[in-house]
Ligand binder design. Structure first.
Ligand SMILES: Cc1ncc(C[n+]2csc(CCOP(=O)(O)OP(=O)(O)O)c2C)c(N)n1
Length: 639
């Protein structure tokens, strides 16, 4: 049979396809998704689940004009396949290739570059108000697809409230697969479960329609059913009153894998005069049995080989990561102290907290994708005598900045933030790199900010944080857990660790690039350059004594961090040196420049940014050269 997918260069090409061909196309799209994950880790089960929905949407609306936002954006792959990106699909998540999230630079069909959950209704409402105010844009349909995992995000209700107030017309497609990354949690999850037992979805539909057929109305039974939804609700046949009360017409739940049915309902609601919430039920991993059976593993599986519908070989990494070390340290602290709790915002799997969830369920809290709430919730726990550990990725913690300020630091409460995935997170790209945390945390009074130079530092930092009488943050990367040889000094508040001192220059490193700094210094020493390395450990309080000693005794100072240079660790060193009257030309700061960094392998990105061993060594040579060209300095005293 001739393949259809290579012929689809834009959604307009779908217009000529009949239903069986659309179904064939769906199979080919699933095949493309399976082929992709044979080669690399990528979002998988969520994408398998929205193939039919994607085809139904693109054959009902014209999104070259109409507006479509896939909330979060991790389920964008089928959309990419039919919006002119099939030929480059295999490059997804590789450096220079397609992004794994929507990217307006790739296609006019991607409106926002997204990766964080929950903002789709807000941005869509913004566009809707713009379209209504700009005559040549008026009349465009506005559609958001949001998963049941993202749906409890607080911002969604802020948007729904605003939609109701403005009386604007949006179509919100709620893609309910009963899963976030882990099984979804919370009251909204229970509510959606109750809606699923609606007779329309559970097979009683025929009888309901028969009954409604007796109502003297024009149109086919399904249309009559829609027209009578409110009455049906009163008769107990229909749920969704929560949404109805907020100004949305609730329709569903309907089968999200039936293209014909989806199109029928989408056509019906297209010209509704009020906002509609269309509740679509899908199966995460649909069409590939192993993924449907274990959607948690197959959310972003390691690459695997398959035969027919079975996985025959999955790439497994036995390497220990910082996340493993962190989760073990939290577990140990919780065993040692009954007041220690852990809070995750829907990232139990990513944070490797499953063991804690299963063994210590009373002190494990999953708030769902609600980071702002999670932080204020932690503040409440701390206020009332617990020692909460908030385990949230650096990039997602940005969502809760005001709660970190107001509810935590302003009250000086002992909340510990574990910022996993700090630094460059690799193939996810700019939506997920956690590079702003040093800057956004160190400006807050009362906050202690630490970064382990190696995995050995991490448990000690957590121990210190849990004994510290105030808020603290520990940031660590998505990387293998480095260990450094030699005897280590204990972690003490505000004290750096001198690995080796150097007369020609010294590298002050804050965080997990430390092993690269040590390797660079070794290489330089072989070349005859005496360069020291300091494991700074703290951005705040900064070890002022070591910083000043470095400026007094060493030819040059290089700071290294896997974080935005602006406002980061190097800035803190520079401020300290400048305040003490030191010459700022003797310092060079290595880190992330003032730009968004694309996706790619972390090692590749670090090399591009000259944050690898070669780059760090080259910066030292440069500084040494410049230093030799300037005034001869007195030899430094050893520390
Ligand atoms: C603010 C924020 N927090 C956490 C995440 C991590 N995350 C990505 S996808 C996902 C689950 C989303 O579930 P759902 O919206 O139901 O989509 P599904 O994958 O089930 O289709 C989570 C928690 C995120 N992208 N954004």
């Amino acid at each position: 049979m001739e393949k259809l997918l290579p012929r689809i260069h834009s959604p307009h090409d779908l217009a000529e396809l009949k239903l069986p061909q659309l179904e064939q196309l769906g199979d080919e799209m699933r095949e493309a998704l399976c082929n992709l994950v044979a080669n690399r880790t990528a979002h998988f089960a969520s994408n398998l689940g929205v193939v039919e929905l994607c085809l139904a949407l693109h054959t009902t609306f014209d999104f070259s004009q109409d507006r479509l936002i896939w909330d979060t954006g991790h389920q964008i792959y089928p959309h990419k396949l039919i919006t002119g990106r099939f030929e480059r699909f295999e490059t997804i998540r590789t450096k220079g290739g397609l992004m794994g999230y929507p990217n307006p630079a790739e296609s006019v069909y991607d409106l926002f570059m997204t990766g964080h959950a929950g903002a789709s209704l807000s941005t869509l409402l913004g566009m809707k108000t713009a379209d209504d105010l700009i005559p040549e844009q008026t009349g465009r349909h506005c559609v958001a697809v949001i998963g049941d995992g993202a749906f409890p995000s607080g911002i969604v209700y802020e948007a729904m409230n605003n939609v109701g107030g403005l009386g604007k017309k949006l179509l919100v497609v709620l893609n309910d697969n009963q899963m976030s990354i882990c099984p979804r949690v919370g009251g909204m999850a229970d509510y959606l479960d109750r809606l699923r037992i609606n007779p329309v979805y559970t097979g009683l539909k025929g009888e309901v329609v028969k009954m409604l057929n007796k109502v003297p109305l024009l149109g086919d039974p399904a249309e009559r059913f829609l027209a009578q939804l409110k009455e049906a609700a009163k008769a107990g046949l229909h749920g969704g009153m929560l949404f109805e009360d907020l100004g949305f017409r609730y329709i569903g739940p309907i089968d999200g894998h039936n293209i014909a049915l989806l199109r029928k309902y989408l056509r019906m609601v297209k010209d509704e005069q009020q906002s509609v919430l269309l509740h679509v039920v899908t199966e995460k991993g649909h069409g590939f049995q192993p993924a449907a059976r274990d959607p948690v593993l197959f959310h972003t599986p390691p690459s695997f080989k398959r035969q027919a519908d079975e996985v025959v070989e999955m790439q497994q990494s036995s390497a220990e990561s910082y996340t493993h070390v962190a989760s073990r340290a939290i577990h140990e602290q919780m065993l040692a102290n009954e007041r220690v709790t852990v809070i995750t915002a829907a990232m139990c799997q990513g944070n490797k907290l499953e063991r804690i969830r299963d063994e210590l369920p009373a002190r494990f809290f999953d708030t769902g994708i609600c980071e702002s709430h999670a932080v204020a919730f932690a503040a409440g726990q701390a206020k009332a005598g617990l020692r909460p550990v908030v385990d949230i990725y650096s990039t997602f913690l940005q969502r809760s900045y005001d709660q970190i300020f107001q509810e935590v630091t302003l009250q000086n409460l002992p909340v510990v933030f574990m910022l996993d995935r700090s630094g460059l997170t690799g193939p996810d790209g700019p939506t997920h790199h956690g590079v702003f945390d040093f800057g956004y945390l160190r400006v807050l009074p009362n906050m202690t900010v630490m970064a382990p130079g190696s995995a050995d530092d991490l448990p000690d930092m957590l121990d210190l944080a849990l004994r510290h009488d105030g808020p603290s943050a520990i940031r660590y990367p998505k990387a293998g857990a480095d260990r450094l040889a030699g005897v280590r000094t204990p972690v003490e508040l505000g004290r750096a660790e001198v690995i080796e001192w150097g007369h020609d220059g010294v590298i002050l490193c804050c965080g997990a690039l430390l092993s690269r700094c040590v390797a660079a210094a070794e290489r330089l020493r072989e070349e005859g350059l005496d360069v020291g390395v300091v494991n700074a450990r703290f951005v705040k309080p900064l070890d002022r004594e070591i910083v000043l000693r470095a400026f007094e005794q060493c030819g040059f100072v290089i700071t290294v961090e896997e974080a935005a240079l602006m406002g980061g660790f190097g800035s803190a060193v520079l401020e300290t040196a400048a305040d003490a009257g030191h010459d700022s030309t003797r310092i060079r700061r290595l880190g992330i420049p003032d730009q968004f960094i694309e996706h790619g392998d972390r090692a590749e990105l670090l090399a591009d940014l000259e944050l690898d061993v070669d780059g760090i060594a080259a910066a030292c040579r440069d500084m040494a050269k410049a230093e030799r060209g300037s005034v001869e300095r007195p030899a430094g005293r050893p520390v």
